[in-house]
Write a new protein. Structure first.
Lengths: 224, 224
DNA sequence: ACCTGAACACCGTTCAAGT
DNA sequence: ACCTGAACACCGTTCAAGT
């Protein structure tokens, strides 16, 4: 049972979605079950079906919430590559709030209102930059996928563990890599720490986003 | 029940893993359950536990299989960017054989023998190209993630559906996009076909890989 | 060495019934 | 309008028992 903040919440569609997100954050997406959510609200599992059609619809709604939190200056007049960078930054920022749920968001771009708005904006800025329709579709998809992959690959932060357990987990992985023979795997051993850990998350994300935008810029240069 | 090719296979660790991959290809990863695999072999679910420790170990073994199929010229003397391209190409090729299982492979790089070999190779070529250890770790991770995202985002090819159902599915999605108001969503409507479908898969993958490598190249140029 | 039967603690979901 | 009870068809896994 997740820490109940304040009084026992009353059941409602919004409350269910919010609790589901909190549960995913705390214990992983697998912990989000209809029966468990019933427990959280002190109610029969079947009670949830009044507020939510079924589990799939609940997961979709969770994905929509993530897009709804995207904050982007749609009126920006910056150059196209700066605008593309801003799109990925905004996606990453929204997804980091619920890292275990990125895959849910991924499939809801065209299904959610905010996702549609974001997609339209991104496709537009790419088309006006001079990309073909085909390139535009691919790059826009890659932008979303890049955000998904950066967040879901974020080293550490596995749910369902406290900090001690996470450190223990990391130490085990590190030991596993360092146990490899030094003559055959010098590079893995050299990079072990950097592969498993990252002490500046801001740098991690900026580096990933920079590389993506640089790739897009190079593609445009090659085409023109 | 998946089409039983030839006689009823005898139970063995290898047979279980292979059947699990075939099942995932045909009906998705969710269809892979211990009980279902028991059915496939005409055997009690518990019989599988003799050949496989538990479900997690089975999933890990499936991931290892994917890496084991990676074909790469480890002795290549090409320039670093061409070698990096070859790494992603090889990963994509191996993963396309079992597209629903890419996430299983993803977490097995450092756990499987072939994954370790591939990681060492990739880290080495990046280090010798002049990247820092931090950059090397990030770019190598991105290489794997790029392959994962290209394959898992491959338009169409959702399992558990025959071709008619997939076309129907596509038509529904297309109709959904074309139903958006033309004045607010001109770019989504323009790109609808390209967003949902791709008639040249080779181009799709080459474009994605090119963009990734171009990003890495630009990063090195900026650093130097 | 390899497989089975029974059992346990879980899932999502339906449907009639209660208030 | 909103919730419950009972039931169904699923999961993964353990453990003693069979051959």
């Amino acid at each position: 049972m997740i820490a109940t903040k304040g009084a026992a919440e009353t059941l409602s569609r919004d409350a269910v979605i919010e609790r589901a997100l909190a549960l995913a954050d705390a214990e992983g997406l697998d912990a989000v079950t209809i029966r468990r959510l019933g427990q959280e609200f002190g109610v029969t599992p079947m009670a949830l079906y009044w507020h939510v059609k079924n589990k799939e619809e609940l997961l979709d709604a969770m994905g929509d919430r993530i897009f709804a939190a995207v904050e982007l200056d749609y009126a920006s007049t910056a150059l196209w590559d700066e605008q593309l960078r801003a799109v990925v930054r905004a996606l990453v920022q929204a997804m980091r709030a619920h890292p275990t749920c990125v895959e849910l968001a991924y499939r809801r771009i065209f299904g959610s209102a905010e996702g549609q708005r974001l997609a339209e904006h991104t496709l537009g800025l790419l088309r006006r930059a001079g990309f073909t329709v085909r390139q535009t579709a691919d790059i826009a998809s890659h932008a979303l996928q890049t955000a998904v992959m950066l967040v879901s690959a974020e080293p550490g932060a596995e749910p369902g563990f406290n900090e001690d357990e996470r450190n223990e987990n990391l130490a085990v992985k590190r030991a596993g890599l360092m146990a490899l023979p030094a003559d055959v795997f010098p590079y893995i051993r050299e990079a072990a720490d950097e592969l498993l850990h990252c002490d500046d998350m801001a740098d991690y994300y900026e580096f990933g986003i920079d590389m993506f935008v640089a790739g897009a810029r190079a593609t445009l240069a090659d085409t023109a």
